[in-house]
Design a protein around this ligand. Structure first.
Ligand SMILES: *Cc1c(COP(=O)(O)O)cnc(C)c1O
Length: 382
């Protein structure tokens, strides 16, 4: 990682500057997969929704599959189709279908679908009718305590019976039962226990409806890292791929580094108001540098006074309001020339802020920091 730190000191020698860049680190994704593997015997589904948590779905998916993930998970079928188009061949599951399941698309691109209600299941069995053997692969979604989707337990008997009938007709191929843990953001085996027992009850109901052994999955990153009882046959890892452990118990590797060149530097006298509203006034003569990243690029507008970037191996505070396209950095006695690279966040440690620190400064979670990086920021792959 130290290799990349030297980027801080680099300036573009006479040529045009590269703009703000999010450098994605597939090596970190692979390392994070290995850390999950060390804690489970279950198979791993790499969840790459929201463009791979802002890191590029295809990049993250390729790295995860190469490191041993056996399946991919996305929110909708279109995201799955994009992965197929990029050449990924492992099973892909899509779990949210706001305008109904596009059965033809799912069949054409071999996207497995999660189905979480009797109505949705009935419609899918009708729509899958003309598609022929072996039908669309289905994961039956059950509510394990979140009331955010998944068939409620009162309806399980009918749900599984209908699924069994559709399966028997060859219109759908039921391959799994899935739930979701309501406590995705901290480690709590005691509270997970209720969801685990519902998952077991759902499995029993499926068996009673005539299904043989089905794959069962419940846990996301937090459960996978902290509670073996939640693992069943497969764990679904999203945040963990890009270095976020929602349970706060395991040090994972940040999988991206956001950098931007200084576009302007000036020496400001004491008493200079900075930015919109002049909410910050310099308390001494100081150097101010501007980088071309603002709230339109994902820099949160509400930041604590600690928010900072790394330049030249040191941390320098962001001062004044975050603008749409720019932020101002107070570098004190140090004057950094135009083109000097600032590191906004990265996995490097030391003076380079982490996405977790950014989340603290913005009173949010690191997920929103990485998924918020805007489209103007160039992506590169390390
Ligand atoms: C997003 C999501 C995951 C991944 O959760 P992480 O906490 O990011 O690992 C797993 N399962 C479902 C259904 C999800 O929506």
């Amino acid at each position: 990682m130290t290799l990349f730190r030297s980027a801080s000191a680099m300036t573009a020698a006479g040529s045009r500057l590269d703009g703000p860049t999010l450098q994605v680190l597939p090596v970190a994704v692979a390392a994070n997969i290995r850390r999950v593997q060390a804690r489970t015997d279950a198979r791993i589904m790499a969840v790459v929704k929201a463009d791979g948590y802002g890191h590029g779905a295809v990049t993250v998916a390729r790295a995860a599959v190469a490191a041993g993930a056996e399946q991919l998970g996305v929110t909708d079928i279109a995201e799955g189709s994009a992965l197929r188009a990029a050449g990924l061949t492992v099973p892909i599951l899509a779990w949210l279908h706001p305008s109904g399941i596009d059965a033809a698309r799912a069949a054409a691109d071999r996207i497995d679908v999660a189905v979480g209600s009797i109505d949705e299941l009935r419609q899918l069995i009708v729509d899958a009718g003309p598609l022929g053997d072996p039908g669309i692969r289905v994961h039956l979604g059950v509510d394990t305590g979140m009331a955010r989707g998944g068939c409620p337990s009162e309806q399980w008997d009918d749900f599984f019976r209908l699924a069994r009938a559709g399966h028997g007709l060859g219109r759908i191929e039921v391959v799994a039962i899935m739930g979701h843990l309501p406590l995705a953001d901290h480690a709590d085996p005691v509270h997970n226990a209720a969801a685990v027992s519902r998952m077991n009850a759902a499995r029993a109901a499926a068996r009673a409806a005539g299904f043989g052994r089905l794959l069962v999955h419940l846990a996301a990153t937090s459960g996978a890292l902290t509670d073996r009882a939640t693992h069943f046959g497969l764990v679904r890892i999203g945040a963990g791929l890009v270095g976020i452990d929602p349970s706060g118990t395991v040090a994972l590797s940040g999988a991206s580094r956001l950098t931007a060149p200084i576009v302007h530097t000036s020496l400001a006298p004491k008493g200079t108001p900075v930015g919109y509203g002049g909410i910050h006034v310099t308390d001494r003569e100081t150097h101010l540098s501007v980088i071309g990243l603002g709230y339109a690029d994902g820099i949160p507008r509400g930041l604590s006074a600690n928010a900072a970037v790394e330049i030249g191996g040191r941390r320098h505070r962001i001062v004044g309001r975050v603008s749409m396209d720019q932020i101002v950095i107070d570098t004190g006695a140090e004057a950094f020339p135009h083109g000097t690279i600032a590191t906004v966040f990265g996995p490097d440690g030391g003076a380079v802020p982490s996405i977790h620190e950014w989340a603290d400064w913005a009173a949010t979670i690191p997920h929103t920091i990485v998924t918020g990086i805007g489209p103007r920021v160039k992506r590169s792959i390390a």
